[in-house]
Write a protein that binds this ligand. Structure first.
Ligand code: UDP
Length: 329
């Protein structure tokens, strides 16, 4: 297939580009490089530095590359930043994807894989989360993705040939097993990379956000899914899409690890000292989030291969140890 990957210079997009190419697909990448890294884009892919707001240029790329399917990863992804600057989130994530859909309509491209998030559920009614649960986001980031899900349902209802799948990610972690691609966020706020940067001496300390949650050890529990497993699910979903499909899948490993368990894992894997301090809760963090990923298993024949936290952390450690300055080396 000819696939356009939007956000292909980012953490998840760059891993997806690599897997698509390895599976024999032809890939074009668009990315405005506001958060991504040109060096993360596989050289076998055609690269266009382009913003999703540029509908006309996007249409041109779609037509010239005879694109069959689009994977849309391009997004801003910090919950805290979205609270401080909601317009940036609605503009980039929601309006940007609408611009992409308009370009797809003009170019006659009928298949889309759209990165959604478990943040669209907000504070969950219960765990594990299933796809049919109430969606009530608690941040502009979550709403910006929820809005796109809404738009996609309405657009698909109006065009019976259009098909989309919206995987809802849990906590994406890890790095390419061969050590060649990884995570390089600026600033870095996610737990595993922050701990690994501290292990390298690049952070002075790591703060545990809250120790009084109603969980066995008092810290939050999250479902950490390996980035390569996540990308495999995208390709399986893309291959399964039929005209008229409107699919949603929770992508996670199906169980969670607490913040303390993740810290213990990082200490085991790195064998380094990490200064830890215990602080108050971070606003908007639900106590426990983990997926019921049965629907993806049933319908796509997919399940996560990396389910042990030491294994997931180990791949990320290899990346950070070999690329302490990320892609800027
Ligand atoms: N966390 C923490 N210290 C940090 C970063 C994260 O205690 O420096 C906690 C956070 O409160 C959450 C979990 O680790 O419970 C995962 O957070 P992350 O930011 O990695 O992902 P999120 O769940 O917010 O998408």
């Amino acid at each position: 297939m000819n696939v356009l990957v939007c956000g292909g210079a980012g953490y998840i997009g760059s891993h997806a580009v690599r897997q698509l190419l390895d599976a024999g697909h032809r890939v074009a990448v668009v990315d405005n490089l506001c958060r991504g890294h040109a060096a993360a884009v596989d050289r076998r892919a055609a690269f266009f530095k382009l913003d999703l707001a540029d509908t006309a240029e996007l249409t041109d790329v779609l037509v010239r590359h005879h694109v069959d399917c689009v994977m849309q990863f391009a997004a801003l992804t910090y919950v805290g930043e979205s609270v401080a600057d909601p317009l940036a989130y609605y503009y980039n994530n929601t309006a940007g994807t609408i611009s992409l859909l308009r370009a797809m309509r003009t170019a006659g491209v009928q298949r889309l894989v759209f990165s959604s998030t478990c943040a669209t559920y907000g504070e969950p009614e219960s765990t594990p989360l299933v796809e049919t649960m109430r969606q009530q986001p608690v941040s502009p980031y979550g709403w910006s993705k929820w809005c796109v899900e809404r738009v996609l349902r309405d657009y698909a209802a109006a065009d019976p040939q259009f098909a989309f799948v919206a995987p809802r990610y849990f906590n994406v972690a890890g790095a390419a097993v061969d050590g060649s691609l990884g995570e390089d966020h600026r600033p870095e706020t996610h737990l595993i990379p922050v701990l690994l940067r501290a292990a390298l001496g690049r952070e002075n300390k790591v703060t545990v956000f809250g120790t009084d949650y109603p969980t066995p050890d008092g810290t939050c529990i999250r479902d950490y899914i390996h980035v390569e497993d996540l990308c495999e699910a995208h390709i399986a979903a893309m291959n399964a899409l039929q005209p008229g499909d409107t699919r949603f899948y929770n992508l996670g490993i199906g169980h969670g690890y607490s913040v303390k368990q993740v810290i213990e894992s990082v200490l085991r894997v790195t064998d380094r000292k990490i200064p830890i301090e215990y602080g108050p809760r971070r606003a908007g963090d639900p106590a426990m989030l983990f997926a019921n990923a049965d629907k993806a298993r049933r319908e796509l024949g997919w399940s996560a291969r990396h389910t042990e936290i030491d294994d997931i952390v180990g791949t990320a450690w290899r990346w950070f140890k070999n690329h302490p300055d990320g892609y800027s080396e």
